[in-house]
Design a protein around this ligand. Sequence first.
Ligand code: ZN
Length: 372
Amino acid sequence: MANATQEQIDEMRRITQENVCSCGAELQIRTNPEKDCLEVGCPIDRSHQGYIERTTYTQDMRRGAVVPVYFENQVNKRMLPNRTDLDRAIAMLKTRFPAADMDHPSAALFIMNCWRLDIDPFLGEVVPVTFASKGKKVVVTIITEDGMLSMAARGCPEKWAGTPMVEPVTDPELRKAICGESDAWVWKATGRTKDMAEGQTTSAYGWFKQWEQKKADSMGTPAADLPGNQARVRAIKRWIRENMPEAKHRMVELTSEMMERAEGVTMALEVIDAEYRVLPPGEEEDGKDKKTTGPDTKPKQKGGSLTEAQLNYIIRLAKERLGLTEAQALDSYKGLTKKAATALIEDLRAMPPENWVKPTMQDKEQKGLFEE
Ligand SMILES: [Zn+2]
């Protein structure tokens, strides 16, 4: 009898429900006699690897396809009101997302973000998530997988050539080479854009590490039960960020704005960083942080000094994870270059909770952390 936990079986079932094989065939769950395990596979050709999302009319329509008029009308009825009707949009938003507990200005800001990004909260493309710490509340705009795909399709119609294909990475050595951990969940997204040569594709990887799964588990968030799906979604989002310049440009803007507003709310900053990281460390775009000002903390230095937002974020993380005082952290890190600060943030964020010097988890009360 092949080995599989109930969670693995549930995940395989979900994959077969939501995807088809890259050749278009219905996927099936079957036994792999060599590995003595269950796996998802193509009934036509065992060597087929990738899955393609099975889409709904709503998704097709939002990605530029022609759908039957009846469905188009149904979708239009559910959508966010147009830009002249902010009050109605806010009322609808509060009804649809009561748990986000938004005040009027936060709701207005969220709606305006949706309008600007051209994505719709009532079609499941974007979700408001509220984080609170020490009396300060921040509403973070979380774009879902559907939102990313529809934003890319409508933002870059001249490049959009369909959703990328996805597949899990099962080779432990390859996983280690990709993200540094052989037992992480790793998925690969492969797709093409209209401007690529015939047959050309690009790929992007997404991963979810064991410590992230443990953290999600301790906080009771959905990512704990679907770690593979979390890695899959990250791969798709990363592929879009890397291949769809218009979508990427809008996200870069949104990210720096949200980072400023979320100042001091550690968990919100972490979520924004995980959701919207566009560039790998050391490749910050010039001028990206030019709006930030900080008289005390910005030594004018060639090569680019760290921004005030970065310094504040590092101080929070250093207090939480290294047990430093604010003064010690400020003293140690204020002279860093932007590049070094980016790398340090990366390292501090990757630090597993069991290694934190004083794991205080300031935002522990925020159990509603949203993950796909
Ligand atoms: Zn197939």
